[in-house]
Write a protein that binds this ligand. Structure first.
Ligand code: 4AZ
Length: 245
């Protein structure tokens, strides 16, 4: 996060760290991406964060990646699902969304606490200029990553403004949304991918976007691009609660 501030414990209880370990290796897990707890057994993330054939785990309720904290929960990933139409182009990533199913029993995986809680999926579109929160352990203005979870406030930027030739031109589709500050400075960055952009809707925090891509970080006229969660609501529900056979 560029221009971020440290997050208070429990302030963003849906934020997770997605960690990987190379196959056939005893090396320890390392942070790869952010993720968002949307159900006791499901984490929403970016499609580009999903790597098959890698041991994956998620850490919930954590602030500081360098130390073990009393309120953290470490849970193995049982299944990683990337959107069927995920498509990485040199200039943009399409359908950049995925889900991780966590290890557990009878629909219980993460244990809800003051530090671990699900975020809601949005119902309605939010207007241009709405202030929302981004967070993660990714790159900052002066480092390739942060040990401590950071957050920043960004503004939603509508598709028309974000598709101007001086911004992203015609590469955006309806599954993407822009947020940031066109003057630059405040932004998500590498390592924040897959993490939340949450906005307050009817007094509840809704996960409106997933950190996806952008032309570098914090640059003027190059806001962050996020996967538009409302566009994928049916896809998410079809994976989390498939119709009974
Ligand atoms: C990345 O490389 C990345 N400024 C993530 C977010 C943004 C740019 C790049 C948005 O994962």
């Amino acid at each position: 996060i560029y221009a971020g501030l440290k997050v208070a414990p429990g302030a963003l209880p849906w934020q997770v760290s997605i960690q990987v370990r190379p196959q056939n290796s005893n090396l320890s897990f390392r942070h790869l991406c952010g993720g968002i707890l949307i159900d006791s057994c499901w984490v929403l993330t970016a499609g580009h964060c999903i790597h098959q054939n890698r041991d994956m785990q998620v850490v919930l309720g954590t602030q500081d990646l360098a130390s073990e904290e009393p309120n953290e929960q470490v849970i193995a990933v049982e299944e990683a699902i990337r959107h069927e139409n995920y498509n990485e182009k040199p200039y943009a990533v399409y359908n950049d969304i995925g889900l991780l199913r966590l290890r557990g029993q009878n629909g219980h995986c993460a244990k809800e606490s003051q530090f671990v809680r699900t975020a809601c999926i949005p119902d309605a579109p939010l207007p241009d200029g709405t202030e929302c929160t981004i967070s993660g352990w990714g790159a900052t203005e002066n480092s390739t990553g942060s040990e401590h979870l950071l957050e920043a406030q960004v503004l939603l930027i509508n598709q028309e403004k974000c598709s101007k030739p001086t911004v992203y031109g015609n590469v955006l589709d309806e599954g993407m949304l822009c947020a940031g500050h066109l003057q630059g400075g405040v932004d998500s960055c590498q390592g924040d991918s897959g993490g939340p952009l949450t906005c307050v809707e009817n007094n509840a925090h809704v996960v409106y976007g997933v950190v996806s891509w952008g032309d570098q970080c914090g640059k003027k006229n190059k806001p962050g691009v996020y996967t538009r969660v409302s566009h994928y609501k049916d896809w998410i529900n079809s994976k989390i609660s498939p119709p009974p056979k």
